[in-house]
Design a protein around this ligand. Structure first.
Ligand code: FE2
Ligand code: FE2
Length: 315
């Protein structure tokens, strides 16, 4: 982004922080310290079944098994999101409009690649890596690059904003294995910088796009962003994991939970999960990415319909 679009002081500060805190997790994290087989790898209240009637029926061994498999699932979800972000950003980083932020995009790609290494290493050693097919990955690109540039950073920012709380909760929980805490601590620290950058660049790109799109395109963009936020919890609910710990009707359990829940799922350990979510929605509303109604009304039931990005730029 040229001249006035880039906040030079912010980019300088972030570049400096990335250099000063350069960190290669495969070297610095205690990967040889295996997490205990009989211990929780996530606090029970972060597992997807906690607080449901199904949870109350589980044995202690099943609860521990669930927490271990769901931690490996979170690692998998993270590195799947990160490889999408790296791919999307690598493709566009040499455009002249990104000139003043390009140095930071490079740091961001390196850091996300380190996160992939870290999550993959954990799964290779102690868990199972789950692969996903994101609905917005391939074949869903708009014909208008301005949409795709914005979507690349919206996808990353939403993913980071929603995941941040989970990382922080696990980083400070002294009952968790040291390796699990270290992974979450490193991730939370680097993601805080990515979020600061993401808010900046999404604001710039959204402002730029809003000047040239029709009312109909704006409405579709709002619906897309809103649905995107309120469907991110889907992949945290995994039917195969439910089956593998011995739950019957894993499919219907998964379907019921994802439809009952919305993005407040990511803040469920907070006293009021809606407050941090409202902050994110308020930010997106302030830069014209969701509508007044979407900011103020509870999520609609039809959110299970995943919207494809490819139709966004049609007028
Ligand atoms: Fe990351
Ligand atoms: Fe990130």
């Amino acid at each position: 982004m040229h001249g006035p679009m880039a906040n030079a002081a912010l980019i300088d500060r972030l570049n400096q922080a990335s250099v000063n805190h350069i960190n290669f997790p495969l070297v610095t994290l205690p990967f040889d310290e295996a997490p205990g087989e009989q211990s929780y790898w996530m606090p029970p209240e972060l597992t997807t079944l906690y607080g449901t009637a199904v949870w109350d029926e589980l044995s202690e061994d099943q609860k521990i098994d669930l927490s271990q498999k769901e931690f490996a699932l979170i690692c998998s979800i993270s590195c799947n999101g990160e490889k999408e972000a790296i791919g999307d950003i690598a493709k566009i980083m040499l455009k002249s409009k990104f000139e003043s932020v390009r140095s930071y995009l490079s740091h961001l790609i390196r850091e996300e690649n380190n996160h992939i290494d870290m999550f993959v290493e954990f799964c290779n050693r102690y868990g199972e890596l789950t692969r996903f097919r994101y609905f917005y990955t391939k074949g869903d690109q708009c014909t208008d690059p301005a949409f795709n540039d914005l979507l690349a950073f919206i996808h990353l920012l939403v993913f980071e904003e929603l995941g941040d709380n989970i990382n922080r909760v696990m980083a400070r929980d002294k009952s968790l294995p040291p390796l699990v805490r270290a992974i979450n601590k490193l991730h939370a620290e680097e993601e805080a910088r990515h979020i600061a950058f993401g808010r900046h660049i999404v604001t710039e790109l959204a402002t730029e796009l809003s000047r040239k799109i029709s009312a109909n395109q704006t409405r579709k963009l709002h619906d897309y962003v809103y649905s995107h936020i309120h469907t991110r919890h889907y992949e945290y609910h995994n039917m195969r994991i439910y089956s593998s710990i011995g739950i019957d009707n894993a499919f219907s359990l998964r379907e019921r939970l994802v439809l009952e829940r919305d993005a407040s799922f990511f803040f469920r350990t907070e006293s009021d999960p809606h407050t941090p979510l409202k902050k994110i929605l308020t930010f997106l509303h302030s830069i014209g990415l969701i509508s007044d109604a979407q900011l103020h009304e509870p999520p609609r039931q039809m959110l299970n319909v995943e919207r494809a990005a490819e139709t966004l730029c049609a007028r």
